[in-house]
Design a protein around this ligand. Structure first.
Ligand code: UN1
Length: 497
């Protein structure tokens, strides 16, 4: 038995144990001898209790004026700001990314919370003329009820807040199942909500596995919205689970994001972008740069600059401020990365940097792998086509701009893409023709801001967007309202024709 802290579920404003009586422990991926915490191994009955609490809380929360809901969100954002360092340090311990980036993750939650607090004074609908005299037409956003969230480990507090804050401002209530690798960040979020007086039942946390907690949440008849971020494979199952009861279903899934480097690109800048895009967060962002396509005239120079930079990245425990890349999140992710490196070699790509698990000293205690670059990657290779979710960059080449666009679009995903060029015509053409949800000019594929829509095309998403005002469309439904003040029956134009 360890003496690590035991965390409970948060249901109806109370911290409670799972009815299963069982727990699971989480270890620090940079030092697996450290237990970060012990969490509830929840089951369907815990989900049922949380959904019942959320359904009950919905009856009153939906009637709280949206500006008042916004005031609570505003206080939550303030408190997150005060707690930022503590939350970020715990996040580095639970999932490994460097402290600089976990501060960014927490900041993203803060930004989203302030932003949605402000939405409480907007939530705009439309007023529009009627076909008739003495009749008034308008649209209102109405909430749906209980929302179920299944969130990933790579942005342990940012992504939950992307889902939670727009849901709450619209008047919904929430049950969240955080990733099993990162429940602590969401528990910190719940602590902040509790401290700032979010009414009991409005936000509930149930920890545990996808099958034991996620599935009952998806299948629950009283849940009206499911928002999921994770792999395309699981997203497909989530979508199928939502279909029979016609739940709103918002999916953010895989990516195989591309950076195009033209022959006129500022190479230093393109290298900066690719290093940050590919190896930031150990390559474990949905938006990570996993493909670079480089004009054949500059590929040798670009590659040699990339190799030097990748080999000099300091890999280690993310709590050390000087470390630039942390470990993979768990053994499974490390195994996936190492197996894709073997696949790349076997398929004939040239391994030019990294390629090995890091061992010796403190490395032996964690899931560390070298920043890895393959060149000569062709469109048939698996490392070109499949999402790896680790620090492995595939570099391919092209000779014409048209070919670059064709290669950029040659993927089943469509989250983020970037072009580095000084040619404004090419930049705009690529912006139009690369079919993704996010596009950057002279900036890396990562770094989305909270007040712009976030999401992707093809197998990355199912047409919804998170963040920005677009998120409100997931968490509200339009009601069209007609007010006739003529005192007589007026028929609509079609009934008078
Ligand atoms: C993700 O990888 O799932 O754009 C989210 C970015 C971050 C969010 C990434 N703001 O890289």
């Amino acid at each position: 038995m360890s003496d690590a802290k035991v965390y409970k579920n948060f249901i109806n404003g109370k911290w409670v144990k799972s009815v299963s009586g069982e727990t699971f422990e989480n270890r620090n991926p940079a030092d697996t001898s450290e237990i970060v915490g012990v969490f509830q191994k929840s089951v369907a009955d815990d989900v049922n209790a949380a959904v019942a609490a959320a359904a009950e809380a919905y009856k009153t929360w939906r009637l709280v004026p949206a500006p008042k809901r916004g005031e609570i969100l505003y206080r939550i954002a303030n408190r997150l700001l005060v707690q930022k360092e503590k939350i970020s340090r715990d996040m580095t311990r639970e999932m490994g990314k460097i402290i600089h980036e976990t501060r960014g993750d927490t900041q993203e939650a803060i930004d989203m919370t302030y932003y949605m607090a402000g939405e409480g004074r907007r939530l705009f609908g439309q007023t529009t003329p009627s076909e008739m005299m003495n009749k008034f037409n308008m649209t209102l956003r109405q909430p749906l009820g209980v929302c179920g969230f299944i969130t990933p480990w790579n942005f342990p507090i940012a992504i939950p807040s992307w889902k939670m804050m727009p849901a709450l401002i619209c008047g919904n209530t929430v049950v969240i199942k955080p990733a099993t690798d990162t429940p602590l960040s969401v528990i910190h979020l719940a602590e902040v909500c509790e401290e700032e007086g979010l009414p009991p039942g409005v936000f509930n946390v149930v920890t545990g596995s996808g099958s034991a907690v996620g599935s009952p949440l998806i299948n629950h008849k009283d849940v009206r919205v499911i928002s999921f971020t994770g792999s395309t494979e699981v997203g497909r199952k989530v979508s199928e689970g939502c279909a029979p009861s016609f739940k709103h279903c918002c999916l953010e899934m895989g990516g195989k994001n591309v950076q195009i480097v033209m022959d006129d690109a500022k190479l230093e800048l393109a290298v900066d972008g690719a290093i940050w895009g590919a190896f930031g967060t150990t390559g474990q962002r949905c938006t990570a740069t996993s493909r670079v396509i480089c004009h054949k005239d500059v590929v040798d120079k670009f590659t040699s600059m990339m190799i030097k930079r990748a080999e000099n990245l300091k890999v280690g425990n993310g709590l050390d401020e000087s470390v630039q890349m942390g470990p993979c999140v768990n053994q499974g992710q490390l195994d996936t990365v190492l197996s894709y490196i073997e696949v790349g070699k076997k398929d004939g790509a040239r391994l030019v940097a990294g390629g090995k698990r890091l061992t010796g000293g403190a490395y032996d205690k964690g899931y560390f792998v070298q920043p890895t670059i393959f060149t000569g990657v062709t469109q048939q290779m698996r490392i070109w086509r499949e999402e790896i979710f680790g620090p492995v960059l595939s570099v391919g080449t092209f000779d014409t701009f048209e070919k670059a666009i064709e290669m950029a679009n040659d993927t089943s995903y469509g989250l983020s893409a970037a072009i580095y060029t000084q040619d404004v015509n090419k930049a705009y053409t690529a912006m139009r023709d690369v079919y993704t949800g996010i596009f950057y000019v002279n900036a890396p594929t990562i770094g989305a801001e909270t007040h712009l829509p976030f999401g992707g095309t093809k197998e990355t998403g199912n047409g919804h967007r998170e963040a920005a005002m677009a998120a409100l469309d997931v968490f509200s439904e339009w009601k069209s309202v007609y007010v006739d003040f003529s005192g007589a029956l007026q028929r609509a134009q079609i009934d008078n024709a």
